[in-house]
Design a protein around this ligand. Structure first.
Ligand code: HEM
Length: 319
């Protein structure tokens, strides 16, 4: 693959017309955004950002009835990446466009302003970092600090102007069935393993009536990253019922919930096989999740071959 500065001859390049102005290197072949790591920054600088996010998660542990900010940071990292469309190479985490009103006000992003506000002082202190790097690094920090797997992470996303903000409506519909879910993630090029592993992130946090029209947590340990989502999906006694907003969700006697799109993983034989494998083997889940999450956060971005990923230490490992 060769790269050049002239984005104007690439019909798929969303920076067409202003790429020269903002100085972004783009791939003439694939339409990928090329990461430009800040040469004056080392892993130490990014570990400092990681530590500030991690310490703030610890300090503000009362958020959302003591679930804390971890889950909502994982969600903002995923939603800032989840706008990617490989068919026209638009959207994704590269441009940091979640910082603009149009994207943060997408009904699918309801509630994520709280994550943005949480990150504002971190950005103020480390204002050399791009928004795309900050949102994705926050998602990496949150998974690791919740005792999840190590997530190798690469910097170099570059803030893009407001007119590159993708249109609303690119995030998934929680009422979808298994073919909807498979088809939706096909837009990123994800296979069944990647799809099922990614949705296992629903071990974290909860749904909120005021955000999504659904209510309740997926399990008991909402701020610990584990395979509990899969264990509960298989073993709880689920009942489809209408919630207070009039939307159908699956509820269990223990007070857990599943979205129709979560439950779809039980209703398709190929998905179900993976659900069982992850319920039986947390290490397998951690391994597959880490790979798929990296791919999600890097959707639409080309990283130069010599750009080695950073692996951050957790706060516990630094004590
Ligand atoms: C079919 C795909 C998916 C659907 C339909 C879906 C839908 C939802 C919905 C409706 C909520 C509740 C939002 C609220 O009411 O506050 C939610 C929360 C969440 N989602 Fe997903 N999601 C999907 C995939 C993912 C993926 C791929 C990840 C991450 C890798 C993820 C991570 C989370 C997390 C951590 C929360 C909890 C946020 C909190 O506690 O505030 N989800 N999701």
């Amino acid at each position: 693959v060769s790269f050049n500065y002239n984005a104007d001859n690439n019909p798929f390049n969303r920076n067409s017309g202003n790429a020269k102005k903002v100085g972004v290197l783009t791939s003439a072949v694939a339409g990928l955004n090329v990461a430009i790591p800040n040469k004056s920054k080392s892993i130490k600088d990014y570990q400092n950002v990681y530590n500030d996010i991690a310490e703030k998660i610890r300090e503000e542990d009362e958020f959302d009835n003591y679930i804390g900010y971890g889950p909502i940071l994982v969600r903002i990292a995923w939603h800032s990446s989840g706008t990617f469309d490989k068919n026209n190479m638009t959207g994704g985490s590269f441009g940091g466009t979640m910082r603009f009103k149009k994207e943060i006000n997408d009904p699918s992003n309801a509630g994520l302003k709280q994550a943005d506000e949480f990150l504002a002082p971190i950005y103020k202190k480390h204002s050399w970092i791009s928004h795309g790097d900050l949102y994705t690094l926050a998602g990496v920090t949150a998974v690791q600090e919740a005792q999840g797997p190590k997530i190798p992470w690469r910097p170099g996303r570059v803030d893009q102007p407001e007119n590159t903000t993708p249109e609303n409506g690119r995030l998934p519909d929680a009422t979808g069935d298994s073919s909807y879910v498979r088809n939706y993630f096909g837009r990123f090029g994800f296979n069944d393993t990647e799809i099922v592993a990614l949705i296992g992130a629903h071990c974290l946090g909860k749904t909120h009536l005021e955000n999504s029209g659904f209510e309740g947590p997926w399990g008991a340990a909402s701020n610990v990253f584990s395979n509990e989502f899969f264990v509960n999906l298989l073993n709880e006694n689920w009942k489809l019922q209408k919630n207070a907003a009039g939307n159908e969700q699956y509820d269990s006697p223990k007070g857990y919930m599943m979205l129709p799109a979560d439950f779809a993983l039980r209703q398709d034989n190929k998905f179900l096989k993976l659900v069982k494998a992850y319920a039986n083997d947390q290490d397998l889940f951690f391994n597959d999740f880490a790979k798929a999450y990296v791919k999600l956060l890097e959707s639409g971005i080309h990283f130069p071959a010599d750009q080695k990923p950073f692996i951050f230490k957790t706060l516990d490992e630094q004590e």
